[in-house]
Design a protein around this ligand. Structure first.
Ligand code: KDG
Ligand code: MG
Length: 403
């Protein structure tokens, strides 16, 4: 028994906003969890402070599964990003505490290492093909074995995944949401040209990925997947919005390009049909948005039955706490596929000191007991929260589109 003595939320903005939960036990052990929902941070703060934390005090921190079920089934109104993110933060913090008490890095408690490290992919983005490929070459020189390519589209001022800071992906901006203009037709013409040039310049030994960010209809996605087939992508991500999971059937019927989806999913139910019908190859659910390590393991075990592998979301809005959770989880599951890895700012890395290390294209969570990531609360306080939103997207005629 290790009673929960207190829990508090730490909201900070070291380069971007993060919501962090810290749970302390009566033995003086603490654990941290990430609760960041990009652009909706304060909703999770209120959910945790008003509705979750009061129910945690006095509970046994070791009862991770029971506490998970208590928060999930006990809410009655289940699922959704805010609820599942709050549960995730509690879950991560409790796993951190359990592993610290055991004196082991978390992956050892989850079954031990299945491999030397987690294969990761970097982000190369540029205004045009030349710039994108020269960014990719920089990552390859750093040792990366997989790179996601996003490129400006001729005729569009801004394009998904192409940010002004080439080294860092950060679409959220302070103030009210920025408005971008989108043309699917222009995009569909440009992407195959990017990948044709990429194979010519970068060769065939590097894994290449691309994110469509839910912007296509099923028939458009099928055409893109087919057009990209000759370039042997590692995956095509979020080809269509996945509210209609059966939409993926159409893409599958037309192409052998591997498909990935799931960064916005919150529960195993969001993945069920896609996995059962083998409509995807990679499931991208992340610890923070899909109920923590406890539910991620269930999703991975279910996916393993159908030859679907993991590919956790790891953009900059997922804090180093989520990154650490993903790395312990990834190392310990047999059907790990790949992990997204985007560099956080220096300020973020200072607020969240961590033990994970990059070497030769792989990330390892390190050997520190627990998650191996901490929060410097004093430093965090010096970066106060700033209201920030993701942009929105409209078609050239003004119609609201998916972002
Ligand atoms: O908050 C939104 C970002 O996390 C998202 O745009 C990142 O699509 C994304 C990715 O694949 O990393
Ligand atoms: Mg994505």
């Amino acid at each position: 028994m290790s009673k929960i003595l207190s829990a508090r939320v730490i909201l900070s903005s070291p380069g971007r906003n993060f919501t962090t939960l810290k749970i302390e036990t009566e033995d003086g052990i603490y654990g941290v969890g990430d609760a960041t929902v990009n652009g909706r941070e304060l909703a999770v703060v209120a959910y945790l402070e008003e509705h979750v934390i009061p129910c945690l005090i006095g509970r046994d921190a070791h009862q991770i599964e029971d506490i998970w079920q208590y928060l999930y089934k006990g809410a009655y109104w289940r699922r959704g990003p805010i609820t599942m993110c709050a549960i995730a933060a509690v879950d991560m913090a409790l796993w951190d505490i359990k592993a610290k008490i055991a004196g082991l890095p978390l992956y050892q408690l989850l079954g031990g290492a299945c491999r030397r490290g987690n294969l990761v992919y970097a982000h190369a983005n540029g205004e045009d093909i030349e710039e994108t490929l020269s960014e990719a070459e920089k990552y390859i020189a750093m040792g990366y074995r997989a790179v996601r390519l996003q490129c400006g589209v001729p005729g569009l001022k801004s394009t998904y995944g192409v940010t002004s800071d080439k080294a860092r992906y950060e679409p959220a901006g302070t103030g009210l949401p920025a408005e971008n203009i989108w043309s699917t037709e222009k995009y569909l013409r440009a992407v195959p040209q990017l990948f044709a040039a990429a194979r010519e310049t970068l060769g065939w030994d590097i894994h290449l990925l691309h994110d469509t960010h839910h912007r296509l209809t099923p028939i458009q996605a099928a055409r893109l997947a087919k057009d990209l087939e000759p370039y042997r992508l590692f995956w095509l991500e979020d080809a269509v919005p996945a509210e209609n999971q059966e939409n993926f059937r159409l893409i599958r019927q037309h192409s052998t390009t591997p498909l990935a989806v799931g960064e916005v999913f919150n529960t195993i139910w969001d993945c069920k049909q896609l996995i059962e019908e083998q409509l995807i190859d990679y499931i991208r659910t992340a610890a923070v948005h899909a109920g923590g390590i406890t539910q991620l393991r269930k999703i991975a075990n279910f996916a393993a039955l159908y030859n679907v592998r993991t590919g956790c979301h790891g953009a900059t809005d997922l804090s180093p706490v989520t990154m650490a959770a993903a790395l312990h989880f990834g190392l310990s599951v047999s059907n790990f596929g790949i992990q997204e890895f985007m560099h956080h700012t220096e300020e973020t890395n200072r607020v969240f000191p961590h033990s994970y290390v990059f070497e030769d294209g792989y990330l390892h969570p390190g050997e520190k007991p627990g998650l191996g990531v901490d929060i410097d609360e004093d430093l965090a306080r010096s970066f106060p929260y700033q209201r920030a939103y993701l942009p929105i997207n409209r078609l050239e005629d003004g119609t609201m589109h998916d972002w």
